[in-house]
Design a binder for this molecule. Structure first.
Ligand code: AP5
Length: 213
């Protein structure tokens, strides 16, 4: 199964993608994770992306589209979940061309809906492991030992773009550039809106139910 999972920053895309991957075994393609890995490796792509990400701006379409094309090209038949792409209408149009080029389709375009005040609480409390990328929350899901990852023992930190100024900017950028993507898929009747509020397990249940339809 091929799924697009999008929604505002902090809606739970990464959290839910990890659960879907564990249950259904498809490949998880997160453009945010790909950029963070490139930044960690200090590659040219990472250095370019970091200039935009730290401020909460989008990385330019040409850079993102080229990166996703390479990954999609290498899928060789495995199902996928695209997390955080497309995030602009030109990216959605490019994805259409890409899928046609590789004879692939999308089964569901899933949109996770969460009100803004909850997004701010989720993002400002989010903590991530520097080693394995595990996601925590300072209040609702802290690691067992403060600052130490339960899974790999590496340091747990706050993402630079989860600082207050960057969060505010990400929400503005989201409204301007990513909300129109929702309308793009709505017009084709392929959008499935899922309530992303409540406990993580409840959101997952709603996603599973929507996928089963
Ligand atoms: P990316 O990493 O994709 O960031 P994002 O879209 O802003 O999404 P987040 O990772 O912040 O949130 P999420 O929805 O995955 O939520 P999570 O599960 O972590 O992108 C980062 C940057 O890269 C962008 O700003 C941009 O610069 C660049 N970029 C990436 N893709 C791009 C593209 N296509 N084009 C251009 N630039 C691009 O959950 C958040 C927190 O909430 C966690 O602490 C979690 O524990 C908690 N939580 C999750 N679910 C629940 C729940 N149900 N209840 C309570 N807490 C919950």
């Amino acid at each position: 199964m091929n799924i697009l999972l999008f929604g505002p920053p902090g809606a739970g895309k990464g959290t839910q993608s990890a659960m879907l991957v564990e249950k259904m075994g498809m490949k998880h393609i997160s453009t945010g994770d790909l950029f963070r890995s490139a930044i960690k490796g200090q590659t040219a792509l990472g250095l370019e992306a970091q200039k935009f990400m730290d401020k909460g701006d989008l990385v330019p379409d040409s850079v993102v589209i080229g990166m996703v094309d390479e990954v999609v090209q290498g899928l060789s038949g495995q199902g996928f979940i695209l997390d955080g792409f497309p995030r602009t209408v030109p990216q959605a149009e490019a994805l259409d061309r890409m899928l046609e080029k590789y004879s692939l389709g999308v089964d569901r375009a899933m949109f996770l809906e969460v009100p803004e005040e909850q997004l701010i609480a989720r993002l400002s409390g989010r903590r991530v492991c520097k080693g394995c990328g595990a996601v925590y929350h300072a209040v609702s899901h802290p690691p067992k030992v403060d600052g130490v990852c339960d899974s790999c023992g590496a340091e747990v930190i706050q993402r630079p773009d989860d600082q207050e100024d960057a969060v505010r900017n990400r929400l503005i950028v989201y409204k301007k550039s990513t909300e129109p993507v929702k309308a793009f898929y709505q017009q084709r009747n392929s959008l499935v809106e899922v309530d992303g509020t409540g406990a993580v397990g409840n959101v997952f249940g709603r996603l599973e139910a929507a996928l089963a339809q």
